[in-house]
Write a protein of this length. Structure first.
Lengths: 340, 340
DNA sequence: CTGAAAGCGCTTACAG
DNA sequence: CTGAAAGCGCTTACAG
C-alpha cells in the first residue's frame, strides 16, 4: 500500500510542496496557469489523494462532528441522525455516530474517544449521568449541543420535544372519543430521563384539565421486559379502556401483549403511541400516534452545533429549544362521542 | 479550547516526551517506578488526553474501519453494521458507517472520503457501478471486504446469503400449504443487484422442481413506488394465491396494498418475506419470513477485514462466503395440505 | 509568482 | 533506565 504524498506530486510537477498545497486549497491568486496545469497533471498521473489526517493535525480541525445517541434502536435516534448528517454534509462536515446503548459508561467512553479523534464538536442525547464530563467540556469551551433531553445546571441548551403537549394531544384525542380510563406506560423513570417525567406530567395535567382524577395504578414506568407482566396485572384488576405508549419500545410491547392475549384493538383497547413508528400506517389497525418533528429537530441541533464551532462560542444565551408534536389520527382509537 | 499536549506532561513530570510516550504505550520494561508515578500524576493533574490524529499520522494506522452500506434503511444493513461494530470494538477498532443511498456516485465519494481519512480498511455493500475504483484499491493492496453482493471479476470475496436457497425455502413452504400460483416480487433488476437475480432464480428452480410451470406474469421486478400499481394489475387479471416479497421494502408495499384493497392475509393471499423485519412477530397476522443470519454475516465480514488489515493481504484465496437462510414460520401463510 | 523553513503532536530507533 | 533527534504529511507565515 504505497502512498503518494504531496512531496511526490511536487517533485513530478517541479514545484515545491507549498505550491501544491496552495493549489489544493484553491489559493490560485498568484499562481501561473502553467503551474496549475502541471500540478493538475501530476496529481492525476500519480492518483494522489491528500491525507486528511496530516491536514487535520496542522489545522486543528477535522471538519467532523460526533453524534452520541442514547440508543440507536429508537426510531427517533435514527431519523434525527439522518437529519444531522444532511445538515453537516451541506457544510462539508462529516458525522460519526456512536451508540451509548443507554449506558453512561459507554457514553463517557465515546465522548473521550471522539474528542481524542479531535472531532470539532458533539451532539449528545445525554444519558444524564456524566455531569462532570459535560461540565469539563464546557469549561474548555468545547462545542456541545444536547438533544431530546435537558441536563439541569449545565448551561447548554437542548433541542427537545414539547413532551407535555405530546401527552396532552394523546389524552385529549382519547377523551374526545369517549375514553376515561386511560393508562400511561413509560420506560423506567429510575434512569432519570426527563422526557419520561414530562410525558407523565403532561398526561396528569391533561386528565385534571378534563376533571378526571388521576389513578396511580394506571401509571406504569417500567423496563420493557416487564411490561407484559405489568399489563397482565393491570388488565386483571382494573382494565383500562385506552393506553398511551410512552415511546416506540413500549408500543411494541403493548402490541405484543395485545396479540398474545387476544385483546382486540381498538375494540377492547385503544392505543396511542408517542413517537411515530415506521410500520404505523400499515399495521392493522393503523396506529394512531403523536409524532415528533424529527427532521426539524435534527436540523436545528446540527445548525446550532455548526454555529458554535464556527463562532467558537460554547454557551447559549437562548434557553431550550422546544418543538411541537403532531397527532397522527389513524385507527387504533375506538371512535365514539364523549361518553358519560 | 487550550489543549494539553505531551510536551506539557513531560515538562510537569520532569521527563522527556519519549518517556511519556513509552508510558502511554505501556512499554514499562525499563521504566522506574517513581517515573511512572510522576507521569501518572502529571497526566491526571493536567487532564491530558492523547491526540489520536497525531498518533495516526505517525503510525499510519487509524485503528478505524469504514462501512459503506448500500441503503441504511434496510433492516439488514443496520443489523449487519451492529455486528461489524461489535467485532471491531473487541479488537479496539472504531467503525464509521456511511450510507450510499443506492447511489454509485455517493458510494464513490464516501470511499474517497474514508480513504482520505486514512481508515485502515473498508467493508462495502457494493452498488456495483464502481468497478474501476474497486480495482484500484485492489491494486494498491488496500483491505476491502464486500458483503451482501458479489462484484464479478474483482477477486475479493463477498459475505452473502445463499439467495437461491432463501427463495426455495419460501416456495417450498407455500407449496406444502397447498399454494401453486405463487408470485415473486423484487426491487428493480435494472440496477444489476445480484441477490435479486439469485432470488428470482431460486424461485424459478423451486417451482420447476415441483413441476410447476413458470409464469412470467407472476414475476415482477420494479421500484417500490410502482408496486401498488403492479399488484393492482396482477390482482385484476390473474390473482396469485401467494406472494414472496424479495426484501423488506417490497414487503411493506405489499402489506400496504393488502390493507388498502382489503385483501385479507392469509385468507385471500399468503405472504412470505425474504428478510425478517422487526415487526414481523407482532404484526397481525405475524409475518412468515426467511431470515438472514445477519449477526453471523456481519461478524464474518468484520473478522475477514481485520485479518486482512493485520496480515496486509488483500486478495482472498477463498471464494465467496455463503450463509444459510432460515424459515420463520408464522401466520401469514394459509395453512392447508397440498391441494390439487 | 514560488520556495525554504518551521511546526502541528505524536512515535521510534538509537545512543548513552 | 531515559533523552535528543528525526520524521509522519500536511499548512502557513515570510522572504524573495
Amino acid at each position: 500500500m504505497k502512498s503518494v504524498t504531496m512531496a511526490d506530486v511536487a517533485k513530478r510537477a517541479n514545484v515545491s510542496k507549498s505550491t501544491v498545497s496552495q493549489y489544493l486549497n484553491k489559493r490560485y491568486d498568484y499562481m501561473g496557469e502553467k503551474t496549475k496545469e502541471r500540478i493538475k497533471e501530476a496529481i492525476e498521473e500519480l492518483g494522489y489523494q491528500p491525507n486528511i489526517v496530516a491536514r487535520s493535525l496542522k489545522q486543528k480541525s477535522t471538519k467532523t462532528i460526533g453524534v452520541i445517541v442514547a440508543n440507536i434502536l429508537h426510531n427517533f435516534s435514527t431519523e434525527v441522525s439522518r437529519a444531522i448528517e444532511d445538515v453537516c454534509h451541506s457544510s462539508d462536515f462529516h458525522t460519526i455516530i456512536c451508540n451509548a446503548d443507554d449506558d453512561p459508561a459507554k457514553e463517557k467512553k465515546y465522548i473521550e474517544m471522539l474528542r481524542a479523534k479531535q472531532v470539532d464538536g458533539l451532539i449528545i442525547f445525554p444519558t444524564g449521568n456524566n455531569r462532570e464530563l459535560y461540565r469539563k467540556m464546557l469549561k474548555e469551551d468545547y462545542p456541545v449541543v444536547f438533544i431530546d433531553r435537558p441536563v439541569p445546571d449545565i448551561p447548554v441548551s437542548s433541542v427537545m420535544l414539547n413532551n407535555e403537549k405530546a401527552s396532552q394531544l394523546a389524552v385529549n384525542h382519547l377523551m374526545e372519543n369517549g375514553h376515561k380510563r386511560i393508562a400511561m406506560i413509560t420506560a423506567s423513570i429510575k434512569d432519570n430521563v426527563t422526557p419520561r417525567f414530562e410525558r407523565i406530567e403532561g398526561y396528569k395535567k391533561a386528565l385534571l384539565a378534563n376533571d378526571i382524577p388521576i389513578r396511580e395504578d394506571l401509571i406504569v414506568s417500567i423496563q420493557p421486559e416487564q411490561i407484559e407482566e405489568a399489563l397482565n396485572e393491570m388488565f386483571q384488576s382494573n382494565p383500562p379502556e385506552a393506553v398511551i405508549a410512552g415511546n416506540d419500545f413500549i408500543l411494541k410491547e403493548i402490541l405484543k401483549f395485545a396479540k398474545h392475549h387476544k385483546v382486540r384493538i381498538p375494540k377492547d383497547l385503544s392505543i396511542i403511541g408517542i413517537d411515530d413508528v415506521p410500520y404505523a400506517s400499515f399495521y392493522t389497525p393503523a396506529i394512531t400516534a403523536v409524532a415528533q418533528p424529527t427532521f426539524k429537530m435534527g436540523k436545528t441541533a446540527g445548525e446550532l452545533l455548526l454555529n458554535k464551532i464556527q463562532k467558537k462560542q460554547s454557551t447559549d444565551d437562548r434557553p431550550d429549544f422546544r418543538f411541537e408534536p403532531t397527532l397522527m389520527v389513524r385507527d387504533s382509537v375506538k371512535q365514539g362521542g364523549r361518553r358519560k
